[in-house]
Design a protein. Structure first.
Length: 344
């Protein structure tokens, strides 16, 4: 079967949706599907994969890609990559990684049009929170993670306390983590933290200034963006991962990457983050540095709580294995392409 995966952004971009798209394309290709990924972004990369990537296609090329496909799978809804369905009837699948009403990119003014487009196909959601927000029928299909890259490392000493992994933008809440570290330091609890990620220069510089103002320079390290084994080994040095997101998170792939590397996760009650964390961590109120500080203090001082959370990591990770993801995806593919249910 020939499947066209439409993803507005894709590798080498870094982000949850991009990571999910890569996992999907790799997993389906490994199972024998003929996969082509089409993306509106023009990012160049020379890596090779067991599928084709078409970047920033023209009008005729995108029409040709739709004509060649047996199924069109949207890794979130992109109107820029959907219009050929007006001329070429194909079974459609939409997997929602962002709320329709608060979508980034083209903007919320297209939310109603995207919602209407979703009625043309089958929908799935990366968390229960997103399914509820959309008000559309469809299964929850959790994201997976790179099980080859992210795991514990016996030769890596867990010598640091807290790690943040994400884009350095206000929505992701790295500044809240720094506030929480300052609150703890004022009480005499000085936690060593690492902030992994990149973002706009002004916000990145404001985070460094915040660290300096609080006098945390010896405790907080900025690494920039990391990938692959370097990222995995860095995560494995930490006891706790902090995800204090202000954004209504679709899922939080970073959370399960942290769990896979042996970190207990503290995250906000934001969107699908509680689904990702489960019993292998602690959930706090979104936007509350004092709650985050209290959770970090409990996990770094209460050995019983910490070890209890860590013991639940394998059970939680099993929900997000590639095998589980592919099983759900193949069921959705069969449903979308069944002669009696396929819609266009």
């Amino acid at each position: 079967m020939r499947i066209l995966i439409c993803s507005y952004h894709f590798y080498p971009r870094i982000g949850g949706t991009e990571t999910a798209g890569m996992s999907l394309a790799m997993g389906l290709a490994e199972r024998g599907y003929d996969i082509t990924v089409v993306t509106a972004a023009a990012d160049e990369d020379h890596a090779t994969f067991p599928f084709s990537i078409v970047r920033k296609p023209g009008v005729l090329e995108l029409l040709r890609l739709f004509q060649a496909a047996d199924l069109v799978w949207h890794n979130h809804v992109s109107l820029r990559l959907l219009w050929p369905i007006l001329f070429v009837r194909r079974p459609l699948v939409f997997v929602h990684h962002c709320p329709l009403a608060t979508d980034t990119g083209p903007g919320p003014r297209f939310g109603a049009l995207k919602r209407a487009a979703c009625m043309l196909g089958h929908n799935a959601f990366v968390s229960e929170a997103y399914r509820k927000a959309a008000g559309l029928p469809g299964p929850v299909i959790y994201n997976t993670y790179d099980e080859v890259s992210f795991h514990t490392w016996p030769d890596v000493m867990r010598d640091r306390d807290v790690v943040f992994l994400g884009r350095l933008v206000r929505e992701k809440g790295a500044d809240l983590l720094i506030d929480a570290l300052a609150l703890l330091a004022a009480k005499g609890t000085r936690l060593r933290a690492t902030i992994i990620g990149s973002g706009p220069r002004d916000f990145s510089e404001s985070l460094r200034a915040q660290v300096s103002t609080y006098g945390l320079g010896e405790l907080v390290e900025f690494t920039g963006a990391l990938r692959g084994e370097v990222l995995s080994r860095t995560l494995a040095r930490h006891r706790v991962m902090a995800m204090p997101s202000r954004w209504f998170e679709g899922f939080g792939i970073s959370a399960i990457e942290g769990l896979a590397c042996g970190c207990v996760v503290v995250g906000s009650d934001s969107g699908g983050l509680p689904d990702a964390i489960g019993p292998a961590g602690v959930v706090t109120a979104k936007g509350s540095a004092p709650e985050l500080a209290a959770a970090l203090e409990r996990l770094t001082t209460d050995t019983t709580l910490y070890e209890s959370c860590r013991a639940r990591i394998p059970q939680q990770l099993a929900l997000f294995s590639k095998t589980a993801l592919m099983g759900h995806c193949e069921r959705l593919i069969r449903e979308a392409t069944a002669p009696t249910t396929a819609r266009a």
